[in-house]
Design a protein around this ligand. Structure first.
Ligand code: GBH
Length: 478
């Protein structure tokens, strides 16, 4: 019934999927239980508590390893269509290699998948959300080319054990984050050579992704009938001014931060973005390196990786302003000086409880339109979007964030962007990497002082359940 004067209801298509996301290390705990091997995040938090804001670790986290049924109960309460979680590589393969499979790890994820399916919640599974087996890090981790083979072996184990029931796979979560921050001194494994190791990491991640996609196509797709994609992080990057220099800088930044992975996989040409190739080759030369710090794909690898995704997973939280850099060549190689731009945020954009995250919903619409235009309108599955706030269950601002970002996404869909799903980060409060437990993104509060890590719904959980059940933006907030 259309009431005159009432704003039209914003409703998403009938098969649009609403869900929530988590990641293994951030929620599971049980870090050394039932045969699980050590991950780089176990090692990093144990050896360098000073690098974690509150000196905490994911040893117990939200205890989801022991709270599987409780987590599924929350998902049922929310009425979501899907749940995006990640599998811990060292829980499945304690030493990283497929000669030794940890049966208890298989059992845990099998139970989770079965519980979800029993409640008609689609499991959408990330194979790698940053918790590399430490034993593989000891071989050089993502900088050693052999890791692409080991990842493929791991992927085969996952397809063999879970592929009968899991139909949506993401190989990687945010290679930009774990290659840049992991090898740039901020996150595990704590290396500090972003202009060097980060590119090796990205290179091998892209190779691993390509192999995995082709393996699925050749050996699994026919009988398992699923899809394989990747989740990329794309904050919108807006020119700081209308000057030509800033506009060029913004496009360079988009190519470095997003095109680094999107271009090889989603563009019709494949390979690294030309601007990345040109800048890093040139700067490497001026730094007297005998070869570019950005590795080169063989033509076979370019072809392997090009088109290796059935859809694009998109993590989007915020927007930055990009201005032209000083144009200098610095002696110390780094990703940021290779990119050569100045990144800021506007002071008047509303803050969150994370330094990097301000509320800029219009950036979401622009990011989606950029993807549509650059990569021939691929199907997009929003794999993360969310906000951290001070601990409170009356999280009015979280509801406001979701409402404004969902409206922007709806506008992008009206522009013709092919968005198929939306996933809120996160189901529950969790271990926020180097920020420890100090940042809370959950629809459910987690009480870290209770043994069972008691979960309590926030106002936003109620809002999200209305959204997921009706597929329309709720007009009342509680
Ligand atoms: C997501 O990344 C992650 O996928 C998820 O695991 C995490 O819980 C969620 O964010 C919320 O934090 O400190 O200034 O150097 C979002 C992209 C990339 C945002 C790294 C923070 C570090 C900024 N993130 N970035 S800074």
């Amino acid at each position: 019934l259309e009431v005159e004067g009432a704003p039209p209801k914003v409703c998403f298509p009938q098969h649009f999927m609403f869900g929530v996301a988590t990641a293994a290390y951030q929620i599971e705990g049980a870090w050394n239980v039932s045969g699980k091997g050590e991950s780089i995040w176990d090692r990093y938090t144990h050896r360098h508590p000073e690098r974690i804001f509150d000196h905490s670790s994911g040893d117990v986290a939200a205890d989801s390893y022991h709270q599987l049924r409780e987590d599924v109960r929350l998902l049922v309460e929310l009425g979501v269509q899907h749940y995006r979680f990640s599998i811990s590589w060292p829980r499945i393969l304690p030493m990283g290699l497929s000669n030794d499979i940890n049966e208890d790890g298989i059992r845990y994820y099998s139970e989770l998948i079965d519980e979800l399916r029993a409640h008609r919640i689609e499991p959408t599974v990330t194979m790698y959300h940053w918790d590399l087996p430490q034993s593989l890090q000891d071989l050089g981790g993502w900088t050693n080319p052999i890791i692409a083979d080991y990842f493929l072996d791991y992927a085969r184990v996952l397809f063999d054990h879970f592929g009968d029931r899991v139909k949506v796979w993401f190989t990687f979560n945010e290679p930009l984050s774990f290659c840049h921050d992991g090898y740039g001194g901020l996150d595990a494994p704590g290396a500090n050579s972003s202009g060097f190791e980060a590119y090796l990491c990205g290179h091998n991640v892209l190779r691993a992704h390509g192999y995995t996609y082709r393996l699925y196509q050749q050996s699994y797709r026919h009988h398992q009938q699923g899809v394989v994609g990747i989740a990329l992080d794309f904050a919108w990057l807006e020119p700081a001014t209308t000057s030509e220099g800033d506009q060029r800088a913004a496009e360079t930044a988009r190519q470095f931060r997003f095109g680094w992975f999107a271009h090889p996989i989603f563009s019709s040409e494949g390979d690294y973005p030309p601007i990345m190739r040109v800048r890093i080759d040139e700067i490497s030369k001026r730094q007297h390196f005998p070869r570019s710090r950005l590795p080169t794909f063989t033509p076979e690898e370019v072809a392997l990786i090009r088109g290796s995704s059935d859809f694009m997973g998109l993590n989007h939280y915020t927007t930055y302003l990009i201005a032209q850099g000083d144009g200098k060549i610095y002696p110390q190689p780094s990703f940021n000086t290779d990119m050569g731009v100045v990144t800021t945020q506007k002071q008047e954009w509303p803050k969150s409880n994370s330094t990097w995250l301000r509320v800029v919903p219009w950036g979401f619409r622009r990011a989606l339109n950029y993807i549509k235009q650059k990569y021939n309108n691929p199907p997009v599955f929003v794999t993360e979007n969310g906000i951290s706030l001070e601990r409170s269950n009356r999280d009015v601002r979280r509801v406001g964030y979701m409402a404004s970002y969902l409206s922007a996404m709806y506008a992008a869909m009206s522009d013709g962007c092919d968005v198929r799903g939306y996933t809120y980060w996160s189901l529950i409060d969790n271990f926020e990497w180097r920020r420890g437990f100090s940042e809370r993104f959950g629809l459910y509060d987690v009480d870290y002082s209770s043994a069972s890590r008691k979960r309590t719904p926030r106002m936003s959980a109620n809002y999200f359940s209305k959204l997921a059940r009706t597929r329309c933006l709720p007009d009342s907030w509680n």
